[in-house]
Design a protein around this ligand. Structure first.
Ligand code: EPU
Length: 431
């Protein structure tokens, strides 16, 4: 397993390009199963999660060709409906295959995804929504077995105790595109990734109204066709890079990002005394030099609220922002695995229920830490970049799921990050 060694204390500077969105690419790849015609998808990030998705699609019978580093051709001419555990367990987002398989084949057998380190992640709303469309759903031996031969459009409510569901909305919208009649989804997610999926489906010939709102109306069509599509940029990578500029007191130009997708995040940065400028479309300037940052309170919420996928990174920033900050996690109440690791670096954070109470400090000290998931990995790298001394982040494979060549990117901005096998770690820094 790889680890990264970070020599902290270097302000980052320069220009960095943001890749295509992981969480938009994955459901869009799943949506290619809705047609037997070729789909060409561009601006796809080069990530292990994307490669897992192509493996699953290939297993289901799709022909896949990588046309360039960020461009894929998918032809799902003859497909089967069975996604086994060996493949699905690698990535939770495989659940997005359920909607397209039911829509195209009127049946699906998909392994339940299993546990997740960021907390309990049920799929009851996906299944409830599909049942409302008249699908028969059975859970047996760890599999979801769906029979959609009588599928019909209908009005349904998709909200749950934590609000709307992103991949649940994706599944329902995809299922409804080829379902006879009209499906209206109340309390649909309006995340930019869902908007992107809907735009892709429209480019395939789907009839969807209300894109970007919590109420979606989908009129089923007989057939969808192939298309060519460019995925939106990754708002979470952009937010993570903005924090990298601020936490290292650096100066960054971030290209290819869409600030409109980060309003709640930018609003909190402004409250913390940090100014982000956008001199031209798709370009963000972060100047972290000479700022006295203020502590802030944050609550994560579904879009357009503050994103849970930037919570861990923000926790690192606030650990280094003198004063008392509180982060309340409303999407995944236990998503605080990065906290004990930040505490190892000297952060003063306590967890009370679903809140992290952060007593921000002037300094953290580099130390060996363990990454537990994708966003926690980035949070630890951020803390390492801003700490005194060396930080060793182990189990860094998590980060390759969602950030393309992040060590190389950060090094191009002046960071000192070395990736190596954990076997090369000196014994005194072994965790
Ligand atoms: N929920 C239910 N029942 C369901 C579905 C969800 O109770 O049937 C709950 C969840 O437990 C959670 C909340 O609803 O408390 C929101 O979950 P959601 O379904 O929206 O999450 P997701 O679709 O599984 C996507 C992203 C996550 C991101 C969340 C929230 C993808 C592939 N994943 O997950 O991304 O955190 O939305 O925005 O799009 C990441 O990229 O690191 C990541 C975890």
């Amino acid at each position: 397993m790889d680890v990264v060694k970070i020599k902290g204390g270097i302000p980052l500077s320069g220009t960095v390009q943001i890749e295509g969105s992981k969480n938009a690419s994955l459901p869009i790849f799943a949506a290619t199963l809705l047609t037997d015609e070729p789909c060409i998808i561009n601006n796809v990030p080069d990530l292990s999660d994307v490669r897992y998705m192509t493996e699953i699609l290939e297993h289901l019978g799709a022909e896949i060709e990588q046309l360039g580093k960020n461009s894929w051709k998918i032809v799902a001419k003859n497909i089967t409906s069975h996604a086994p555990y060996e493949i699905v367990r690698k990535m939770r987002a495989s659940i997005c295959l359920l909607g397209p398989l039911i829509a195209r084949l009127r049946k699906a057998k998909i392994s339940l995804p299993g546990g997740c380190v960021i907390g309990h992640r049920p799929i009851d709303l996906h299944l409830k929504g599909l049942s409302k469309l008249n699908c028969d759903i059975e859970i047996s031996k760890g599999y979801i077995i769906a029979d959609g031969k009588n599928i019909r459009g209908r009005d349904l409510f998709l909200g749950g105790r934590h609000g709307s569901t992103v991949t649940g909305t994706a599944n329902l919208v995809m299922a409804a595109t080829l379902t006879p009649g009209v499906t209206q989804i109340e309390s649909a997610s309006c995340e930019p990734e869902i908007i992107d999926l809907c735009n892709f489906l429209k480019a395939m010939g789907a009839d969807i109204e209300g894109i970007g709102a919590h109420h979606l109306k989908i009129t089923g069509v007989d057939k969808l066709h192939g298309c060519q599509y460019d995925v939106i940029s990754d708002r979470i990578e952009a937010g993570s890079m903005i924090i990298a500029g601020i936490i290292t007191r650096g100066n960054l130009c971030i290209k290819g990002a869409n600030l409109h997708h980060l309003r709640a995040f930018v609003d909190k940065l402004e409250e913390a005394g940090i100014n982000i400028t956008c001199p031209e479309n798709g370009q963000i300037i972060v100047d972290g030099t000479n700022i006295n940052r203020n502590p802030v309170d944050i609550i994560t919420l579904p879009y357009p609220g503050f994103p849970t996928d930037l919570q861990a990174q923000m926790c690192s920033l606030l650990s280094l922002t003198p004063g008392l900050s509180i982060i309340t996690e409303r999407i995944y109440p236990n998503r605080f695995m990065h906290v004990p690791e930040l505490v190892r670096m000297g952060a003063d954070i306590s967890i009370e229920g679903n809140s992290a109470i952060i007593n921000g400090k002037e300094k953290l000290s580099g130390s060996p830490v363990m990454a537990s998931d994708l966003r926690a990995s980035f949070a630890l790298i951020l803390a390492g970049l801003a700490s005194e001394g060396e930080t060793w982040v182990q189990r860094i494979y998590h980060i390759d799921r969602g950030y393309e060549k992040i060590d190389q990117k950060l090094n191009s901005l002046g960071a000192n990050i070395v990736r190596m096998s954990d076997k090369e770690m000196p014994p005194e820094v072994l965790y």
